[in-house]
Design a protein around this ligand. Structure first.
Ligand code: CP
Length: 321
């Protein structure tokens, strides 16, 4: 596949994109939303393209939503997980990808536990590579769907005050959100225990709150992060109960906010830890809207990497040249 003019060959992270490119992806997602509301959810935008979804870490939302996006754009898709593949026999990432390339593929969507895996792969194979989450580095399509959801509900991103709450240290979602939101003019803060905030996070242009009450006083949007217990091999927090008591997004805290808050969470949630069920399922939550928008955002990214242009998306989805 030739290099795409709008985004370049790969989507590794939002750090590499400028504000116009990020806005262009969000704008391209708009016309694609409607496809998923049709009785027959299929358009010929990627007919003839072959896409491999290479998921080396668990995923529900990202993997399934990429697969829906690909199928709704009429691409042929293959899913590869570490378990059951030759990765279990010690085959390297590049050897796996080169063997897939030998079968003439066009794109690879990759989730991997190592930061930098998506870039590493993109530099070594001619197919377009899309980062579906690499270690602690970036999860660009998650941040794009978060931004689209905020824009849908508040009508803008510029000047919106977004606080990312929780385990920022281990979070690729936080990093992509910080890059994307700040480039589009939002004010961004992070909040969490000092053990779960990366050293020097202020240098990314964000405010830091260590009391969640202050964060809630300031914010219009809370993006609540999962405590990534599987990545915590030391005592980052005294206990889950203590974390919920001090940093949990509870109904009482949300009700004391000086304004209506928009509540996001990338999932999967630890209910009763970083977020209470009352809030996750409550009137301020847009968590399932995020999931719905994930399909449209991923359609937009696939379309643009395949060489599409934002201003042609409306026409392309009707299969007209
Ligand atoms: N938000 C997110 O990446 O969820 P999954 O791990 O289920 O894909």
């Amino acid at each position: 596949m030739p290099s795409a003019p709008y985004l370049g060959k790969d989507l590794v992270g939002l750090e590499e994109l400028d504000a116009d490119q990020i806005r262009g992806i969000l704008d391209t997602a708009e016309p694609f939303k409607e496809i998923s509301e049709r009785a027959i959810k299929k358009v010929p935008v990627l007919r003839g393209k072959t896409i491999v979804n290479l998921f080396f870490e668990p995923s529900t939302r990202t993997r399934i939503s990429f697969e829906f996006a690909e199928k709704r754009l009429s691409a042929d898709t293959v899913n590869v997980a570490a378990s059951g593949s030759s990765v279990q026999k010690g085959e390297t990432l590049v050897d796996t990808a080169r063997n897939l390339e030998a079968m003439r593929i066009d794109m690879v969507v990759i989730r991997h536990g190592s930061s930098g895996a998506a870039r590493f792969l993109g530099e070594r194979i001619p197919s377009n590579v899309i980062n579906a989450g690499d270690g602690r580095h970036e999860h660009p399509t998650q941040a794009l769907l978060d931004m689209l959801t905020i824009r849908d509900h508040l009508g803008r991103l510029e000047g919106v005050r977004v606080c990312i709450v929780g385990d920022v240290l281990h979070s690729r979602v936080a990093r992509s959100n910080i890059w994307g939101l700040t480039k589009l003019g939002a004010e961004v803060a992070v909040c969490g225990p000092p053990t779960l905030l990366p050293a020097g996070v202020e240098e990314l242009g964000v405010r830091v709150f260590t009391r969640v009450e202050e964060a809630i006083e300031w914010a219009e949007v809370l993006n609540v992060l999962r405590l990534q217990l599987e990545r915590m091999h030391a005592g980052y927090i005294p206990s889950l109960r203590e974390y919920n008591r001090v940093f949990g997004i509870t109904r009482e805290r949300v009700e004391r906010a000086p304004r209506d808050l928009l509540i996001l969470h990338p999932g999967p949630m630890n209910r009763g830890v970083e977020i209470d069920s009352d809030v996750a399922d409550g009137e301020h939550s847009v968590i399932l809207d995020q999931v719905t928008n994930g399909v449209a955002v991923r359609m937009a990214v696939l379309y643009l990497l395949a060489g599409g242009a934002p201003d042609k998306a409306e026409v392309a989805k009707h299969g007209v040249e």
